[in-house]
Design a protein around this ligand. Structure first.
Ligand SMILES: Cc1cc2nc3c(=O)[nH]c(=O)nc-3n(C[C@H](O)[C@H](O)[C@H](O)COP(=O)(O)O)c2cc1C
Length: 352
């Protein structure tokens, strides 16, 4: 198979390597998958008002977030169970992120212990994603382990009080393959359909509310970001609670189907944040132009979920590095063609 030229070709190559249930678990979304498609389409629909006759022979894609330098403003979004894509799992992803100079967010539902992921890429920047558990001892232990292992922030995912109805996973039904576990939970979950799924044991915490965020803040020596926000009032509330950053996301269309695409939600959240904290956006970012548009709308960084899994399935660490390099090159070219020499020059005038 020829070398993939873009993220979609990485997906096709990954699909050829994965079993159907695993591919569908990674690729799929809730119900009719409207939001999965719309996340992407919304970025594609935004037109760029490029600037001409700027000397773009030198370009600099570097930026930073919460004091962490980034070779370009991309973050790996937390995604579960990387060992289903490649035997080296999250360790390979972490090494790739460190080599590419981007930040990795490790999922709670990791198939590799967080300490081993940290040890695999000692210099790499990393955050830890937390779900809410009604048993607070679980959260407390995960937060403290993350702190000790050198993770630099906690990302609380707020958009999953119950697991979305993912019909592809019901059809097979999806089961975590033998020999792979959600290692932070020390048990091999049950297998069967959604909301009685292998993952719902960890995810179904419908009581999650703002007092839990308060509790996470109190329990965490690390800064706390909230992920899954699509409305300005929620963003403001998160800021009032002292959050260090807002992560605009609808979980890649895997939770509430027909929720608004993140590109549509981003402007009101950026306005609500008033530059006080970084704003991250994910959902449907597949091109350098998508990253450019996210930044033009005021995001500090764009995050990618599925693309890292496609790279991992195709070539382990090297595959993830290739996906990141592709996106960095696409961004650099898009900057040149739009008349931007630095990340700082990407501004709201680029979009209609
Ligand atoms: C297979 C898969 C697993 C995911 N697991 C998690 C998770 O454990 N925690 C979380 O906060 N988000 C999780 N997400 C959501 C991602 O963090 C991110 O919001 C989403 O994938 C972004 O959309 P994209 O895949 O279009 O880039 C997952 C997404 C996918 C595709």
């Amino acid at each position: 198979m020829p070398e993939p030229l873009n993220v979609d070709e990485f997906e096709a190559a990954a699909r050829a390597r994965l079993t159907e249930p695993v591919y569908d678990y990674y690729a799929g979304g809730a119900e009719d998958e409207v939001t999965v498609r719309e996340n992407r389409a919304a970025f594609q629909r935004i037109g760029l008002r490029y600037r001409v006759l700027v000397d773009v022979s030198e370009r600099d894609t570097t930026s930073s977030i919460l004091g962490t330098p980034l070779s370009f403003p991309v973050i790996l979004a937390p995604t579960a169970l990387h060992r289903m894509a490649h035997a080296e799992g999250e360790a390979a992803t972490a090494r790739a992120a460190a080599a590419a100079g981007v930040l990795m967010t490790l999922s709670s539902i990791s198939s590799t212990p967080m300490e081993d992921v940290a040890a695999a890429a000692p210099g790499g920047a990393k955050w830890f994603q937390l779900y809410h558990y009604s048993n607070r001892e679980i959260s407390e232990e995960l937060i403290s382990r993350a702190h000790v292992a050198g993770y630099e922030a906690i990302v609380l995912t707020a958009d999953a009080p119950l697991l979305g109805r993912r019909e592809r996973d019901l059809r097979h039904p999806f089961a975590i393959p033998d020999g792979i576990e959600a290692v932070h939970f020390k048990i091999r979950p049950r297998t069967s359909g959604v909301n009685d799924s292998p993952l719902s044991d960890f995810l179904n915490q419908p009581s999650i509310n703002w007092t839990d965020l308060e509790w996470v803040h109190a329990a965490s020596p690390l800064p706390v970001l909230v992920k899954g926000i699509v409305r300005a009032d929620d963003a403001k509330r998160a800021l009032d609670e002292g959050c260090a950053g807002i992560w605009v996301s609808n979980h890649g269309g895997r939770q509430l189907d027909t929720s608004i695409p993140t590109a549509s939600a981003l402007p009101e959240i950026v306005a609500a944040a008033e530059g006080r904290v970084p704003v991250i956006v994910d959902g449907g970012i597949r091109r350098g132009t998508d990253i450019l548009k996210a930044l033009a709308m005021g995001a500090t960084a764009a995050a990618i979920g599925r693309p890292q899994l496609w790279g991992l399935a195709v070539g382990g660490q090297v595959g993830v590095e290739k996906v990141l390099e592709l996106l960095r090159e696409e961004l650099s070219l898009a900057m040149a063609l739009a008349g931007c020499r630095t990340i700082g020059e990407i501004d709201a005038s680029l979009i209609a």
